[in-house]
Design a protein around this ligand. Sequence first.
Ligand code: DGT
Ligand code: CA
Ligand code: CA
Ligand code: ZN
Length: 572
Amino acid sequence: MENSQIATVFAEIADILEILGEQDNAFRIRSYRNAARTIDALPDRLADLVAGGKDPADLPGIGTSLAGKIHEILRTGTCGKLKELRRQLPGHLPELLQVKGIGPQTCKRLHDKLGIKSLKDLKGAAERGKISAILGEKAQQSILKGLATLEAVSGRISIEKATVAVAALGRHLQAIATIRRWEAAGSCRRRCETIGDLDILVDASDRAKAANDILHYAPIERILARGDEKVSVVLAGGLQVDFRFVKPDAYGAALMYFTGSKAHNIRLRKRAQAAGFKLSEYGLFKGEKRVASRSEKDIHKALTLPWIPPELREDRGEVDAAAAGQLPALIERKDLRGDLHTHTNATDGASTIEQMVAAARERGYQYLAITDHSKSVTVAHGLDEKALRKHVGRIRKAGEGLKRFWLLAGVEVDILRDGRLDIDTALLADLDWVVGSVHSVFEMPEDKMTERLLRAVESGVLDCIGHPFSRLLGQRGPLRFDVDRVFKACAQAGVCLEINAQPDRLDLPDVYCKRARQMGVTLVISSDSHKATGLDLIDYGVGVARRGWLEKKDVLNTRSAAEFRRYKKVSR
Ligand code: DGT
Ligand code: CA
Ligand code: CA
Ligand code: ZN
């Protein structure tokens, strides 16, 4: 169980209490919120700490009552209090909080004044112009916009949430004796940005028994279907899981089919047909004879293709590339030698410089850049010149004593609305690594935004553009700018583009990775971690890079510290 899952339970309790408007609960609401924040920011997994004998009540702001709930959540995945509160709340009100700009109080007003009980109600009211009378025209427009971005991912969850859900479910499946083998297929295996539902393949020696044991998984809230081929359930929180039973001798064929994507399957089936085969979830057939089915490799081989990695299976030219022997040798997590975008407790991070370094070394890295926020990002306590100079002094001092490890003193500097940078150029020029990012004024005419980014790229002091589209999945659309011009300027100026691995960013998006590489831009995969354990989020960035056809050589932070130093000398 991850800290974020525990924090989510407390945050939802606070949301519901606040929507219910129980004034005398103000103190309790605050303590649930604080607990959620504390737990979310913990550098270590609370589950591990508790397993190691730590009492959650020792954490700041967590008393015995909350500690008891933490134990309950760790044991059962949820908490009785939350279930009870959910029963008290009419309709699906907390789902309104997913809309950017709607907090619990707005939510309550929308309910009290307009009888809104769900997202659907909200949308209807906003479209009929009913909201402006209560909240004003500006709020109505912003709600309509928030709804539109939400719809783009509606009913879908982040790849991180899906990965965590698969890991938790996996621990349950692992313990079922009749299950010989299982695997997550579908969009999860292709490492898509967001996941609609989970598709789990199961090879069981006794299907009825296995189905029975699967259905004992505590987070299951509803059973949609139960048959000999398939069991479908909905977990608490709304995630659907389809389990499909497959025979071991057709495992590869089923894995291939249910991995998809649908467009890829169709493309591959056409190729099989052209060669006189029939391809289905049961195998590759010539007439009545099954020629391959046990493993994906067998099937690909019979079609005279190399094995195609799941991340490429989107019908973006991968079948032709495979046939021509031109599949990329995709980058892997173990190729990474360092992380070039991280935060510490000097701004909005939770860990110290030393804790970040230790975590980087544990992961086998040879270098790490500390890039805290600059002054414009006031919510993150961004640093002004004076504070940054002091911080850089501390970073350099911490780096001096380190053997075979390069600690880079850097910054994530704000790109202001006119393209100027938020920190004095002379100071930036003195740093080891400068990430430039847009954190405000996301709405601009396209040509103005292009000029803004070009000016930053051509400043001569940036090493990398952070989260280049500054989108937040489900919350904020991408910046609009002339992609070709900005990418070309990056290639010319030797400024890298970041693949930011934060699960709600995944920015650059996969299709732009391919384009950036073709235009000669160097890419960097960064965790943008705000705590020591957050370095592992970089995995989601590797997923994006693989979906973007990137190889080890395309990504700067696969280079050794020595090679990276040489790159730095020639690039600036
Ligand atoms: P999702 O769940 O929306 O994130 O995306 P997927 O790709 O996991 O889609 P899902 O769960 O509907 O189906 C899983 C896989 O099953 C899909 O990637 C390909 C395969 N599949 C589903 N329906 C069809 C179909 O009508 N034709 C073919 N060829 N394959 C299908
Ligand atoms: Ca799926
Ligand atoms: Ca499915
Ligand atoms: Zn940022």
